[in-house]
Design a protein around this ligand. Structure first.
Ligand code: GDP
Length: 196
């Protein structure tokens, strides 16, 4: 897959505004500040690809990027965003769970979590939803450059253990957008999903 060809297609406030449910989608999700935009930029080698998702007031949108023919990259809204009213958060939870549970063309979910603060409640919820519908998940423990080797290995092991209790088939890796560490492993996972 040519990820550097990623192009912004549209922002959808509701599932009904998404493109037809065909082809293949892979979605990125994570709490605000987990490093999702940075990971998407590193993956696509575009400095500001995910900037659109960051425009104030547009955080609630599902952003859709096209890749090769029939393949799309989905940037789900950063959850746990403090400045969004509670009612909007609840609405979003519903849309998000519906997207994860009903979207037929969705082949996998990349879940971004800061390697120093993984598996918050909302992350656990995502894993449970995904497991319920048999959706594959790949956890990216972001900002791995912030930890020394020993602490990094320990966090990785601990996270793998906890993740497997919620979603036994989910995979976990350390990742650093800044240092581009773990990019090959991520690419291999995404390529496998897009080929599935
Ligand atoms: P998002 O809200 O999940 O899209 O998070 P961002 O990608 O905007 O990142 C949040 C903050 O973490 C920013 O200040 C980034 O510069 C920083 N950040 C993201 N990825 C990394 C990383 O791999 N290493 C380090 N050291 N900082 C990172």
């Amino acid at each position: 897959m040519h990820y550097q060809k990623a192009k912004y297609l549209l922002g959808a406030a509701k599932i009904s505004q998404l493109p037809a449910d065909e082809g293949i989608e892979v979605a990125f999700a994570g709490r605000s500040n987990a490093g999702k935009s940075s990971a998407l930029n590193a993956l696509t080698q575009q400095k500001s690809l995910a900037r659109t998702s960051k425009t104030p007031g547009r955080t609630q949108l599902i952003n859709v990027f096209t890749l090769d023919e029939g393949a799309r990259l989905i940037d789900l809204p950063g959850y746990g965003y403090a400045k969004v009213p509670e009612a909007t958060k609840l609405l979003w939870q519903e849309e998000l769970s519906r997207y994860l549970q009903e979207r037929q063309c969705l082949r996998g979910l990349v879940l971004l979590m800061d390697i120093r603060h993984f598996l918050k409640d909302t992350d656990q919820q995502m894993l449970v939803w995904a497991h319920e519908v048999g959706l594959p998940v790949h956890c990216l423990l972001s900002k791995s450059d912030k930890l020394k080797q020993g602490a990094k290995s320990k966090a990785l092991l601990q996270c793998k253990k906890q993740v497997s209790e919620l979603h036994p088939e989910a995979s976990v890796q350390a990742f650093s957008s800044t240092k581009k560490h773990g990019l090959d492993q991520l690419l291999a996972k995404l390529d496998a999903w897009y080929a599935s």
